[in-house]
Design a protein around this ligand. Sequence first.
Ligand SMILES: NC(=O)c1ccc[n+]([C@@H]2O[C@H](COP(=O)([O-])OP(=O)(O)OC[C@H]3O[C@@H](n4cnc5c(N)ncnc54)[C@H](O)[C@@H]3O)[C@@H](O)[C@H]2O)c1
Ligand SMILES: [Fe+2]
Length: 405
Amino acid sequence: MITSTALRAPREILFGSGQRRSLGRVARRFGNRALVCTDARLAGDPIFLEMMDDLRSAGMVVQIDAGVEPDVPRDSCVRAAVPAREFNPDLVIGIGGGSCLDYAKCVALLMTHGGSPEQYYGEFKVPGPVLPIIAMPTTAGTGSEATPVAVLSDPDKIMKVGISSPYLIPQVAICDPELTLTCPPGLTAVTGADALTHAIEAFMAVRREPSPDLALERVFIGKTEMTDFFALKAISLINAGLDRACREGSDLEARTKVMMGALYAGLAFGTAGTAASHAIQYPIGALTHTAHGLGVACMMPYVMAYNRAAYGAELAEIGRAMGLDGADEGQLGELTIRHVATLFRTIGIPASLAELGLARDKLAWVGEQGLTVDRLIKNNPRPLDAASMERLLQAAYAGDLASVD
Ligand SMILES: NC(=O)c1ccc[n+]([C@@H]2O[C@H](COP(=O)([O-])OP(=O)(O)OC[C@H]3O[C@@H](n4cnc5c(N)ncnc54)[C@H](O)[C@@H]3O)[C@@H](O)[C@H]2O)c1
Ligand SMILES: [Fe+2]
């Protein structure tokens, strides 16, 4: 019997082709001064200019900050907060990839509560509501439009940092798959693989004993009935659309599936959390400077193989969501791992850490650092210690899925 469930989510989610045209009317509900955070690429795009016209026609005074840089350097948010405060907006609108949405979250936070980003690193450090945020993704990947986290890079830290708080969940997510039509195949692959990894890790996250305090003590509480629902839908949608979206970028149906999948994956992991693949990507990203999605997806099949001893039934269910079938649970689990590995290889995700560009003599450091990302390691269904981490990384380095035990 199910006795408890939980989900944190935006107040409103609007999804559909052409949905961007609702931005002006939606924004107007929050006031008449909008700060728009985006990057230089999008700021010159005719579709973006059209959206700004729409905002102004709805009666908004608009200030555009096109200063978002990939991976959101900490100090870029600090710099942005000064003119933003002078403008005194009623809401902040993030339009772009995950970096633009995370930047918008951080700027809204700094404008509302002051201080510097460092004081909010970790969980539950944001003291109260921040300015309303509308998030409009232009990649189908991070799910940031639905999640309580902003990821930043901090020059004083080797690995990226996260600010996690329910107050950072955007008030409204507006998702228009047409905005992803311009993503080139490589970006589509990397972001889509990140989304599939979110869904798989959320579905394979630990299941914690329900307690009235669980969601007050943790931002990411592990899998629940509702996160499972969205995770499986996400797995099914991304599996059905990702390869096609990479090969035929103008296919709006495939784009729609992947973007809806990325949103659902965000809804799932925004409450359930992610696990070992994400923990291990932190040090890999710091060393190789490869995209977040490449590292997490490269690790995912190996982590699935490692987790099969603890979560055989979950693995089989992931396979069923992908339309696979097997003689028994064990065989279906095996097929599922191979299918994910093949899908990722087909769209150009490196099949091993060696292929990703990691040096063999860095494996020990990656293992050590990965284990320090405690929150994610503890969310993995099968515990990892130094010895099992080393074996897992050796297998992932060699591209030898069969050797994961
Ligand atoms: N907040 C969260 O919940 C969460 C979750 C996962 C990852 N992240 C973070 O999000 C960031 C990655 O976001 P991302 O993968 O969306 O990439 P991104 O936002 O860094 O963008 C990558 C590049 O793609 C370009 N781009 C974006 N949309 C485009 C489009 N429609 N057409 C053509 N080019 C486009 C951007 O201009 C940029 O050059 C990382 O910092 C990662 O750590 C956040
Ligand atoms: Fe991710």
